[in-house]
Design a protein around this ligand. Structure first.
Ligand SMILES: CC(C)(COP(=O)(O)OP(=O)(O)OC[C@H]1O[C@@H](n2cnc3c(N)ncnc32)[C@H](O)[C@@H]1OP(=O)(O)O)[C@@H](O)C(=O)NCCC(=O)NCCS
Length: 409
């Protein structure tokens, strides 16, 4: 099979995901994705007519994110009408899956040049889905009871014995690393500044980080999911904490440790990764930055939901004939602190090589956009640190994990 090369990867800044507060929130999500696509085009210098498809992940399929946001963004970008776009949903892993599908199209020989990435404007909806991931399907709700993701994150901490201090210490390190990376300009290479329709600059830097975060500054934050866990929401058989205890009877109850300071930030943003065949790159004088060595998905129990990054990563390693020792750097999405703590425990990898520029706790997690952002961050890190291999993994709704192994070229 032929190789899939990453030629380049760019992203928007992550704006705070609050309507009227976040600097991107007035921009339409399609417009943001369109600006990212044009940022990639201008930087690489490809002809957009050569792009056979744009695959975009998006975690919300309604409102301003409705229908096929990928195709609408292509049109909004002013690209030729011959370039198509397709939108997919794998919850938080949507953007990573989009890059995987781009790579699969190229590796299979069906396509020569495809863009994978994604977009999400969380300022335009609540990430807590009122009707649940089972979408009012009573049969499924009986077969696989599911709870909001914050309860699942607290359940992981409860089962694994991660204390409030453990998750807060992890969050402080995420903020500290992100602040250092921002101060050193480490993200500048990937950033495409965002503009309003008026031409006025909207945002050219990540807006969510809180540099200077300490254990003391987090101490007084109230757990965000305690009241939710105790509430009996319509359409569910009992309060979420009781549902968790039914599924995991070994716990006395869910201990709520996650809050605004150690959960992924709610933000707006978009990402785009250009994946081509070696033949296309050579014919057009494009210098590859990395190859996609292997991808994998894995499924785990859907109520605890967020435990599959480890199994997905292990499956990718096994299929590639690699071990964890072959990976230099790891980008594991910081959906919640407990997710990464569990990943590091499961795989047996040190925080020293995981999320070295901080992660979504500091920077934010624009659901469908994040996978493309993490892959781009990993490519930048490999070059900066003069390393060879990186593994990117994410947890998703429904109890799934996505993983990608990339190698520097
Ligand atoms: C946890 C969560 C509910 C908190 O939402 P929120 O209360 O709206 O959070 P905010 O960012 O507004 O922060 C609330 C307050 O916490 C405090 N705070 C947040 N981060 C802080 C930090 N690092 N240090 C000190 N205080 C902090 C601030 O006082 C802040 O208020 P302010 O913005 O007015 O200053 C939300 O971040 C969330 O749902 N995250 C997860 C999203 C998700 O599920 N994604 C999918 C993953 S599977």
């Amino acid at each position: 099979m032929r190789e899939a090369w990453i030629i380049d990867a760019v992203r928007s800044p992550r704006g705070r995901g609050k309507a009227g507060v976040g600097s991107l929130s007035e921009i339409h999500p399609q417009r943001c994705m369109a600006q990212v696509l044009n940022g990639l085009k201008d930087r690489v210098g490809f002809d957009p007519a050569d792009i056979e498809d744009v695959v975009a992940g998006c975690g919300s399929g309604s409102g301003d994110h409705a229908h096929d946001i990928a195709r609408m963004s292509v049109l909004d970008a002013g690209w030729p009408i011959t370039t198509t776009g397709v939108t997919l949903h794998r919850f938080c892993g949507s953007g990573q899956q989009a890059v995987t599908f781009a790579a699969m199209g190229v590796m299979s020989g069906h396509q020569e040049a495809v863009i994978g990435g994604g977009v999400e404007f969380m300022s335009r909806y609540s990430p807590i889905h009122a009707n649940g991931f089972h979408a009012n399907n009573e049969h499924l709700a009986g077969l696989h009871p599911q709870v909001p993701q914050g309860i699942s994150a607290d359940l992981i901490a409860t089962i694994e014995g991660f204390s409030r201090n453990d998750v807060d210490a992890y969050a402080v390190e995420s903020q500290t690393r992100a602040a250092k990376s921002i101060a050193e300009g480490r993200f500048n290479n990937a950033l495409v500044p965002m503009y309003h329709l008026s031409g006025e600059l909207a945002l050219d830097r990540d807006e969510h980080p809180r540099p200077g975060t300490t254990l003391e500054s987090l101490r007084d934050l109230k757990p965000s999911f305690a009241a939710m866990g105790a509430a009996h929401v319509d359409g569910y058989p009992k309060p979420f904490d009781d549902m968790a205890k039914d599924k995991y009877p070994e716990i006395d109850g869910v201990i709520h440790v996650h809050h605004a300071g150690n959960s992924s930030g709610v933000v707006d943003g978009a990402s785009a990764v250009l994946v081509t065949s070696p033949d296309y790159a050579k014919a057009h004088g494009l210098k590859p930055r990395a190859r996609i060595r292997m991808t994998a998905t894995a499924g785990t129990e859907p109520l605890i939901m967020l435990t599959a990054p480890g199994p997905a990563a292990q499956r990718a390693l096994d299929k590639a004939g690699m071990t964890k020792n072959d990976i230099d750097l790891w980008e594991i999405n910081e959906a919640f602190a407990s997710v990464v703590l569990k990943f590091m425990k499961d795989i047996g990898v040190s925080h020293d090589v995981v999320n070295i520029d901080g992660g979504a706790i500091a920077l934010g997690h624009p659901i469908g956009a994040t996978g493309g952002m993490l892959i781009g961050t990993a490519v930048d890190q490999l070059e900066r640190e003069d390393k060879e291999t990186a593994l990117i993994a994410m947890c998703t709704g429904g109890g799934m994990g996505t993983a990608t192994i990339i190698e520097r070229i």
